[in-house]
Design a protein around this ligand. Structure first.
Ligand SMILES: [Zn+2]
Length: 386
């Protein structure tokens, strides 16, 4: 699809048919285009197989209305979610609906091994789903770390201990399709917006698990800053006292040093040092139910998260501030604490403007967001060819 206007119409139809097929008349009514424009470009899109006609209308005499829909099986997208505990692979159709998902539970610290297992798995997925490479419009890789400007190289992922790995090059060597590398929180904010808040133009997504990652949408655009990694709120300084906790980034007192699952674990281990209990991350939620010390640590972490939220709201005044990631399992302890911090310490005129919510999509936000970014990236590339 090389023609800009055809693409514009296609993207509009793609958006409008999210809830189901529509007639040409309905498309014209719901879009900014004239019936002539719709009709012209729809014909082109039908010819190129991007659209299909469905006659699903109930016939009460007369001609059945012809409904148009995206030809979902025309193309596919692969969204790869790189995590500290393994890799998740999601296949999407052109409608950006998930078709299937797979999981690789592997040790991640050895990059070479992880990537070769991933390549094997992608081949397996394509074979078992019976998808030719020419139907795949892209592979997107979401990573818990910083990426380069071209969105090809993962510069640093502290929790994976991966540094300067060219994920795009590794994958394009085996699969001749566009490969996009993106920070996981950036994907998540795009996913949440697309699925839940399509009309909202200012959203911040805070992804809290081992560390804190953030994705920022300002004026309907993913905000990347100068080199693509803007929104590292995890490293804003919330404690500059002498006792501030050192951060892997080289600084001290960063928000994520007091507002992550790692913080909860370390503090809990300290608190139970003499109790004979050995503690790991997965035991904490259960233990919190009966142990007040642990409960207090989680609540304190909630307040610490709230302090970061105050800074974000005061600086960006988003309509939604979404919290996702592993921290969500502590929602009932931290939700109220975040609200207390925000109510007491945000600029008064700002605090009512931002709604604080927990992610409803969880991990799916990342893959849905990635599929969206791939979709837009693919058509951008197509345009530059034309
Ligand atoms: Zn830091």
């Amino acid at each position: 699809m090389r023609n800009k206007n055809v693409l514009k119409v296609f993207k509009t139809i793609h958006k409008l048919t999210k809830e189901g097929p529509l007639t040409r008349k309905e498309l014209t009514r719901k879009s900014e285009f004239s019936s002539g424009t719709i009709s012209n470009h729809v014909n082109t899109l039908l010819k190129e197989d991007y659209l299909i006609e469905e006659d699903i209308g109930d016939s009460t005499g007369g001609r059945k209305p012809v409904y148009l829909n995206i030809n979902a099986q025309r193309n596919y997208l692969l969204s790869i979610d790189i995590r500290v505990d393994g890799i998740k692979i999601y296949l999407f159709d052109l409608n950006l609906k998930p078709v299937s998902s797979y999981e690789l539970k592997i040790a991640m610290k050895d990059f070479k091994k992880a990537i070769s297992r991933l390549i094997e798995k992608i081949n397996e997925v394509l074979t078992s789903e019976n998808i030719n490479l020419d139907k795949l419009i892209g592979i997107g890789v979401s990573v818990p770390g910083l990426i380069d400007e071209q969105r090809e190289v993962l510069i640093f992922a502290p929790n994976l201990e991966w540094r300067k790995v060219n994920l795009a090059a590794e994958l394009t060597e085996h699969f001749a399709v566009p490969v996009l590398v993106e920070n996981d929180a950036n994907c998540a904010v795009v996913g949440e917006k697309y699925q839940l808040y399509p009309e909202i133009n200012n959203i911040v997504y805070v992804f809290i698990k081992e560390g804190v990652g953030c994705g920022v949408i300002i004026n309907n655009e993913l905000y990347r800053g100068t080199k693509g990694n803007a929104g590292e709120f995890g490293h804003m300084i919330v404690d500059y006292s002498k006792s501030a906790i050192p951060c892997y980034c080289g600084s001290k007192g960063c928000w994520e040093t007091v507002a992550s699952e790692v913080y909860i674990l370390k503090r809990s281990q300290q608190a139970l040092k003499n109790s004979g209990l050995t503690l790991n991350k997965s035991r904490i939620p259960e233990l919190a139910k009966s142990n007040d010390k642990i409960k207090d640590i989680i609540k304190e972490t909630g307040y610490n998260i709230g302090i970061g939220a105050v800074n974000i709201i005061n600086s960006l005044s988003p309509k939604y501030l979404v919290f996702g990631g592993g921290i969500k399992k502590y929602k009932k302890y931290i939700g109220a604490e975040i609200k207390v911090a925000v109510e007491n310490r945000t600029l008064e005129s700002f605090s009512q403007d931002t709604e604080i919510v927990f992610s409803q999509l969880d991990d799916r936000a990342i893959s849905i967001g990635m599929a969206n970014l791939l979709f837009n990236n693919f058509f951008e590339i197509e345009q530059t060819k034309g």
